[in-house]
Design a protein around this ligand. Structure first.
Ligand code: BDR
Ligand code: CA
Length: 309
Protein backbone atom coordinates (compact mmCIF):
# COMPACT_ATOMS: atom_id res chain seq x y z
CA UNK A 1 0.00 0.00 0.00
CA UNK A 2 1.43 3.38 -1.01
CA UNK A 3 0.65 6.43 1.10
CA UNK A 4 0.08 9.71 -0.76
CA UNK A 5 -0.40 13.38 -0.09
CA UNK A 6 -1.97 15.22 -3.04
CA UNK A 7 -1.42 18.95 -3.56
CA UNK A 8 -3.61 20.35 -6.34
CA UNK A 9 -5.40 23.29 -7.99
CA UNK A 10 -8.50 21.74 -9.61
CA UNK A 11 -8.54 22.18 -12.58
CA UNK A 12 -10.10 19.61 -14.95
CA UNK A 13 -7.02 17.40 -15.11
CA UNK A 14 -6.47 17.70 -11.34
CA UNK A 15 -10.03 16.43 -10.85
CA UNK A 16 -9.40 13.38 -13.07
CA UNK A 17 -6.16 12.68 -11.19
CA UNK A 18 -8.01 12.89 -7.88
CA UNK A 19 -10.77 10.55 -9.09
CA UNK A 20 -8.27 8.01 -10.41
CA UNK A 21 -6.32 7.94 -7.16
CA UNK A 22 -9.52 7.56 -5.13
CA UNK A 23 -10.57 4.58 -7.27
CA UNK A 24 -7.66 2.42 -6.06
CA UNK A 25 -7.88 2.16 -2.28
CA UNK A 26 -6.22 -1.26 -2.41
CA UNK A 27 -3.06 0.35 -3.80
CA UNK A 28 -3.19 3.96 -2.63
CA UNK A 29 -3.99 5.44 0.74
CA UNK A 30 -4.59 9.20 0.40
CA UNK A 31 -3.60 10.81 3.69
CA UNK A 32 -4.76 14.28 2.69
CA UNK A 33 -5.38 16.74 -0.10
CA UNK A 34 -4.20 20.36 -0.06
CA UNK A 35 -5.15 23.11 -2.47
CA UNK A 36 -3.03 25.88 -3.95
CA UNK A 37 -3.99 28.99 -5.88
CA UNK A 38 -3.10 28.22 -9.50
CA UNK A 39 -5.61 27.44 -12.21
CA UNK A 40 -7.91 29.77 -10.32
CA UNK A 41 -7.94 31.57 -6.99
CA UNK A 42 -7.53 29.53 -3.83
CA UNK A 43 -11.22 29.98 -2.97
CA UNK A 44 -12.32 28.63 -6.34
CA UNK A 45 -9.94 25.67 -6.56
CA UNK A 46 -10.79 24.69 -2.99
CA UNK A 47 -14.49 24.76 -3.84
CA UNK A 48 -13.73 22.57 -6.87
CA UNK A 49 -11.83 20.09 -4.71
CA UNK A 50 -14.77 19.98 -2.29
CA UNK A 51 -17.12 19.35 -5.22
CA UNK A 52 -15.06 16.45 -6.57
CA UNK A 53 -14.52 14.83 -3.17
CA UNK A 54 -18.18 15.23 -2.19
CA UNK A 55 -19.31 13.83 -5.56
CA UNK A 56 -17.71 10.46 -4.77
CA UNK A 57 -18.45 10.58 -1.03
CA UNK A 58 -14.75 10.64 -0.21
CA UNK A 59 -13.61 10.90 3.38
CA UNK A 60 -10.20 12.42 2.79
CA UNK A 61 -9.00 15.40 4.83
CA UNK A 62 -8.99 18.52 2.64
CA UNK A 63 -6.95 21.53 3.68
CA UNK A 64 -6.70 24.93 2.06
CA UNK A 65 -3.12 25.94 1.23
CA UNK A 66 -1.53 29.18 0.05
CA UNK A 67 -3.38 31.79 -1.94
CA UNK A 68 -0.53 32.52 -4.28
CA UNK A 69 3.16 32.27 -5.12
CA UNK A 70 6.11 33.03 -2.83
CA UNK A 71 7.24 36.18 -4.63
CA UNK A 72 5.05 37.35 -7.52
CA UNK A 73 1.30 37.80 -7.79
CA UNK A 74 -0.80 34.83 -8.86
CA UNK A 75 -1.58 34.41 -12.55
CA UNK A 76 -4.42 31.98 -13.22
CA UNK A 77 -5.40 29.83 -16.22
CA UNK A 78 -9.04 30.82 -16.72
CA UNK A 79 -8.64 30.54 -20.50
CA UNK A 80 -8.06 26.78 -20.12
CA UNK A 81 -10.25 25.98 -17.10
CA UNK A 82 -12.98 28.64 -17.15
CA UNK A 83 -14.14 31.17 -14.60
CA UNK A 84 -14.71 28.59 -11.85
CA UNK A 85 -11.39 26.87 -12.60
CA UNK A 86 -13.34 23.71 -13.41
CA UNK A 87 -16.14 24.79 -15.74
CA UNK A 88 -18.50 22.29 -17.33
CA UNK A 89 -20.36 20.20 -14.77
CA UNK A 90 -22.98 21.59 -12.42
CA UNK A 91 -22.42 20.59 -8.81
CA UNK A 92 -25.13 21.25 -6.26
CA UNK A 93 -24.32 22.54 -2.81
CA UNK A 94 -22.22 20.38 -0.53
CA UNK A 95 -20.75 20.62 2.93
CA UNK A 96 -17.51 18.77 2.34
CA UNK A 97 -15.47 19.72 5.43
CA UNK A 98 -12.22 21.67 5.38
CA UNK A 99 -9.50 21.04 7.93
CA UNK A 100 -9.45 24.08 10.20
CA UNK A 101 -5.74 23.93 11.08
CA UNK A 102 -3.06 25.71 9.06
CA UNK A 103 -2.13 23.56 6.08
CA UNK A 104 1.58 23.62 6.96
CA UNK A 105 1.09 22.18 10.40
CA UNK A 106 -1.56 19.74 9.30
CA UNK A 107 0.48 18.45 6.36
CA UNK A 108 3.62 18.18 8.46
CA UNK A 109 1.82 16.45 11.31
CA UNK A 110 0.06 13.99 9.01
CA UNK A 111 3.10 13.06 6.94
CA UNK A 112 5.30 12.78 10.04
CA UNK A 113 2.80 10.40 11.63
CA UNK A 114 2.49 8.16 8.55
CA UNK A 115 3.49 4.55 9.09
CA UNK A 116 5.68 4.58 5.97
CA UNK A 117 7.35 7.09 3.69
CA UNK A 118 4.87 9.18 1.75
CA UNK A 119 4.75 10.02 -1.96
CA UNK A 120 3.96 13.70 -2.56
CA UNK A 121 1.79 14.17 -5.64
CA UNK A 122 2.01 17.76 -6.87
CA UNK A 123 -0.46 18.90 -9.51
CA UNK A 124 -0.23 22.68 -9.25
CA UNK A 125 2.32 25.41 -8.50
CA UNK A 126 4.81 24.16 -5.90
CA UNK A 127 4.29 26.92 -3.30
CA UNK A 128 2.82 24.73 -0.52
CA UNK A 129 5.52 22.10 -0.92
CA UNK A 130 8.38 24.63 -0.94
CA UNK A 131 7.03 26.22 2.23
CA UNK A 132 6.78 22.87 3.95
CA UNK A 133 10.31 21.87 2.97
CA UNK A 134 11.69 25.19 4.23
CA UNK A 135 9.66 25.29 7.44
CA UNK A 136 10.08 21.65 8.42
CA UNK A 137 13.28 20.37 6.80
CA UNK A 138 13.09 17.12 8.77
CA UNK A 139 10.00 16.18 6.73
CA UNK A 140 12.38 15.05 3.96
CA UNK A 141 13.02 11.85 5.88
CA UNK A 142 9.36 10.94 5.55
CA UNK A 143 9.10 11.56 1.80
CA UNK A 144 9.76 8.66 -0.57
CA UNK A 145 9.65 10.81 -3.69
CA UNK A 146 7.75 13.63 -5.35
CA UNK A 147 5.62 12.82 -8.39
CA UNK A 148 4.89 16.17 -9.98
CA UNK A 149 3.23 17.56 -13.05
CA UNK A 150 5.24 20.54 -14.12
CA UNK A 151 7.83 21.85 -16.49
CA UNK A 152 8.96 20.65 -19.86
CA UNK A 153 12.45 19.99 -21.13
CA UNK A 154 11.77 20.81 -24.75
CA UNK A 155 9.12 23.51 -24.61
CA UNK A 156 6.56 25.41 -22.54
CA UNK A 157 2.85 26.17 -22.77
CA UNK A 158 2.07 29.37 -20.88
CA UNK A 159 5.18 30.91 -22.49
CA UNK A 160 7.33 29.43 -25.27
CA UNK A 161 9.75 28.17 -22.61
CA UNK A 162 7.76 27.69 -19.42
CA UNK A 163 5.00 25.35 -18.34
CA UNK A 164 2.15 26.86 -16.27
CA UNK A 165 2.72 25.20 -12.85
CA UNK A 166 6.39 26.13 -12.79
CA UNK A 167 5.85 29.56 -14.36
CA UNK A 168 3.36 30.57 -11.65
CA UNK A 169 5.92 30.04 -8.88
CA UNK A 170 9.44 29.35 -10.16
CA UNK A 171 10.99 30.33 -6.83
CA UNK A 172 9.01 27.57 -5.12
CA UNK A 173 9.84 25.13 -7.91
CA UNK A 174 13.54 25.89 -7.53
CA UNK A 175 13.35 25.07 -3.81
CA UNK A 176 11.66 21.76 -4.59
CA UNK A 177 14.06 20.77 -7.41
CA UNK A 178 17.04 21.65 -5.19
CA UNK A 179 15.63 19.88 -2.13
CA UNK A 180 17.62 16.71 -2.69
CA UNK A 181 14.43 14.65 -2.75
CA UNK A 182 13.92 12.28 -5.68
CA UNK A 183 11.52 13.76 -8.22
CA UNK A 184 9.56 12.10 -11.00
CA UNK A 185 8.71 14.85 -13.45
CA UNK A 186 5.65 14.53 -15.65
CA UNK A 187 6.38 17.56 -17.78
CA UNK A 188 4.90 18.57 -21.10
CA UNK A 189 7.38 16.19 -22.79
CA UNK A 190 5.15 13.32 -21.67
CA UNK A 191 1.84 14.90 -20.66
CA UNK A 192 1.10 16.22 -24.15
CA UNK A 193 1.33 12.60 -25.34
CA UNK A 194 -1.09 11.50 -22.59
CA UNK A 195 -4.15 12.61 -24.45
CA UNK A 196 -7.70 11.37 -24.65
CA UNK A 197 -9.39 11.56 -28.03
CA UNK A 198 -12.73 13.21 -28.75
CA UNK A 199 -14.20 9.80 -29.49
CA UNK A 200 -12.98 8.38 -26.19
CA UNK A 201 -14.48 11.38 -24.38
CA UNK A 202 -17.83 10.79 -26.11
CA UNK A 203 -17.88 7.18 -24.92
CA UNK A 204 -17.95 8.35 -21.29
CA UNK A 205 -21.26 10.15 -21.78
CA UNK A 206 -24.07 8.73 -19.65
CA UNK A 207 -22.05 5.61 -18.83
CA UNK A 208 -22.30 6.04 -15.08
CA UNK A 209 -22.40 8.89 -12.60
CA UNK A 210 -18.65 9.41 -12.34
CA UNK A 211 -17.86 8.60 -15.98
CA UNK A 212 -20.45 11.17 -16.95
CA UNK A 213 -18.83 13.75 -14.65
CA UNK A 214 -15.56 13.05 -16.46
CA UNK A 215 -17.40 13.47 -19.76
CA UNK A 216 -18.68 16.89 -18.70
CA UNK A 217 -15.26 17.94 -17.46
CA UNK A 218 -13.49 16.73 -20.58
CA UNK A 219 -16.06 18.25 -22.95
CA UNK A 220 -15.35 21.73 -21.61
CA UNK A 221 -11.61 21.06 -21.41
CA UNK A 222 -11.48 19.71 -24.95
CA UNK A 223 -13.32 22.75 -26.24
CA UNK A 224 -11.04 25.20 -24.43
CA UNK A 225 -7.98 23.26 -25.58
CA UNK A 226 -8.85 24.00 -29.22
CA UNK A 227 -7.68 27.59 -28.81
CA UNK A 228 -4.21 26.24 -27.97
CA UNK A 229 -4.18 23.97 -31.01
CA UNK A 230 -5.15 20.69 -29.32
CA UNK A 231 -7.68 18.47 -31.09
CA UNK A 232 -7.47 15.79 -28.41
CA UNK A 233 -7.00 16.57 -24.71
CA UNK A 234 -3.77 16.05 -22.80
CA UNK A 235 -4.67 15.03 -19.22
CA UNK A 236 -1.46 16.47 -17.77
CA UNK A 237 -2.00 15.92 -14.05
CA UNK A 238 -3.21 12.36 -14.39
CA UNK A 239 0.33 11.36 -15.43
CA UNK A 240 1.63 12.04 -11.92
CA UNK A 241 -0.88 9.56 -10.46
CA UNK A 242 -0.73 7.04 -13.34
CA UNK A 243 3.04 6.78 -12.85
CA UNK A 244 2.50 5.69 -9.24
CA UNK A 245 -0.12 3.11 -10.21
CA UNK A 246 1.50 1.78 -13.38
CA UNK A 247 5.07 3.03 -13.82
CA UNK A 248 5.64 0.56 -16.65
CA UNK A 249 3.42 2.55 -18.98
CA UNK A 250 6.03 5.34 -18.95
CA UNK A 251 9.57 5.81 -20.20
CA UNK A 252 12.04 8.39 -19.01
CA UNK A 253 15.60 9.09 -17.96
CA UNK A 254 17.39 10.60 -14.96
CA UNK A 255 18.57 14.18 -15.39
CA UNK A 256 19.84 17.15 -13.44
CA UNK A 257 16.93 19.57 -13.71
CA UNK A 258 17.12 23.24 -12.79
CA UNK A 259 14.56 26.05 -12.83
CA UNK A 260 15.16 29.57 -14.14
CA UNK A 261 13.77 32.22 -11.79
CA UNK A 262 15.13 35.31 -13.60
CA UNK A 263 12.65 37.79 -14.97
CA UNK A 264 12.40 37.73 -18.74
CA UNK A 265 11.58 35.27 -21.47
CA UNK A 266 13.06 32.26 -19.67
CA UNK A 267 11.26 32.73 -16.33
CA UNK A 268 9.88 29.36 -15.23
CA UNK A 269 11.94 27.35 -17.73
CA UNK A 270 12.96 23.89 -16.56
CA UNK A 271 16.08 22.53 -18.22
CA UNK A 272 17.95 19.27 -18.06
CA UNK A 273 21.72 19.52 -17.94
CA UNK A 274 22.65 16.76 -20.35
CA UNK A 275 26.41 17.06 -20.09
CA UNK A 276 27.94 13.68 -19.50
CA UNK A 277 31.27 14.82 -18.07
CA UNK A 278 29.90 16.19 -14.82
CA UNK A 279 29.16 14.52 -11.52
CA UNK A 280 26.08 16.54 -10.66
CA UNK A 281 23.32 14.66 -8.89
CA UNK A 282 20.60 13.57 -11.25
CA UNK A 283 17.75 14.84 -9.09
CA UNK A 284 14.89 14.12 -11.46
CA UNK A 285 13.53 11.21 -13.44
CA UNK A 286 12.11 12.98 -16.47
CA UNK A 287 9.27 11.11 -18.16
CA UNK A 288 9.07 11.51 -21.93
CA UNK A 289 7.00 8.61 -23.28
CA UNK A 290 3.69 7.04 -22.29
CA UNK A 291 1.63 4.17 -23.61
CA UNK A 292 -1.38 6.32 -24.48
CA UNK A 293 -3.84 3.45 -24.79
CA UNK A 294 -2.89 2.05 -21.36
CA UNK A 295 -3.13 5.54 -19.89
CA UNK A 296 -6.65 6.14 -21.19
CA UNK A 297 -7.65 2.61 -20.17
CA UNK A 298 -6.51 3.32 -16.61
CA UNK A 299 -8.74 6.39 -16.53
CA UNK A 300 -11.75 4.59 -18.02
CA UNK A 301 -11.42 1.65 -15.63
CA UNK A 302 -10.94 3.92 -12.62
CA UNK A 303 -14.11 5.82 -13.50
CA UNK A 304 -15.99 2.52 -13.90
CA UNK A 305 -14.85 1.43 -10.44
CA UNK A 306 -16.25 4.65 -9.01
CA UNK A 307 -19.47 4.31 -11.07
CA UNK A 308 -20.07 0.94 -9.44
CA UNK A 309 -19.51 2.04 -5.84
C1 BDR B 1 -0.82 22.25 -15.79
O1 BDR B 1 -1.39 23.56 -15.68
C2 BDR B 1 -2.72 23.48 -15.25
O2 BDR B 1 -3.52 24.31 -16.04
C3 BDR B 1 -3.11 22.03 -15.29
O3 BDR B 1 -4.02 21.72 -14.25
C4 BDR B 1 -1.81 21.29 -15.16
O4 BDR B 1 -1.50 21.09 -13.81
C5 BDR B 1 -0.49 21.99 -17.25
O5 BDR B 1 0.44 22.91 -17.72
CA1 CA C 1 -3.14 21.30 -12.03
Amino acid sequence: MKQLWIDCDPGHDDALALLTSIAHPEQLSILGVSTIGGNQTLEKVTKNAQNVLAFVNAEIPLVKGEEGPLVKPLSTAAEAHGDSGMDGPYFGENTYPLVKESFLHYMYKTISAASEKVILVCLGPLTNIALMLKTFPDIREKIEYISLMGGGITHGNITPLAEFNIYVDPEAAQIVFRSGLPIVMSGLDVTEKAEITVEEIQRLKGKGKVSNLAYELLSFYNHSGRQFGFVNSPIHDLCAVAYILQPDMFEGAPHTVEVITDDGLARGLTFADKRTNVTMVKNTFVLDEVNREAFVQLLIQSLEILDNK
